[in-house]
Design a protein around this ligand. Structure first.
Ligand SMILES: [Zn+2]
Ligand SMILES: [Zn+2]
Ligand SMILES: [Zn+2]
Length: 124
């Protein structure tokens, strides 16, 4: 199932995982919103404070607030805005959640879960 995603700024087709629009005259920051499941521009609404604070962003399409997916923050191939909500949703965008679901209980999955656990819940 393929779907074309368009940059909200210039209406060019963009990659589902693009973090920035490829059009040199646009170059908007893009994210994949877990709420409306669209590639969207976003604005910072709340600066995270403290070591574990996460910046909150508002999707320009559906105006719901999300946080950057942990995979993205960690430098992985992801441009998802995760829903704020329970801890699991908060950590990963819908795409990464699905990917983890597919991967199942593999080593990769557990490594990522371990990394997330360390990030969210400081070990004492
Ligand atoms: Zn664009
Ligand atoms: Zn949205
Ligand atoms: Zn993600």
């Amino acid at each position: 199932m393929s779907k074309d995603y368009k940059c909200p700024g210039c209406q060019n087709v963009v990659d589902r995982g693009a973090t920035v629009c490829g059009n040199p005259e646009c170059r908007k920051d893009l994210a994949f919103c877990s709420h409306c499941r669209e590639v969207a521009t976003y604005v910072l609404v709340d600066k995270g404070t403290g070591r574990l604070g996460r910046d909150k962003y508002r999707c320009a399409r559906c105006e719901r607030v999300g946080v950057k997916c942990v995979t993205w923050v960690a430098g992985g191939y992801c441009n998802g805005l995760a829903r704020t909500g329970d801890r699991w949703n908060r950590a990963l965008c819908s795409a990464c959640n699905e990917r983890l679901g597919e991967v199942g209980r593999t080593v990769v999955g557990w490594t990522l879960i371990g990394a997330l656990g360390g990030l969210i819940k400081p070990r004492r």
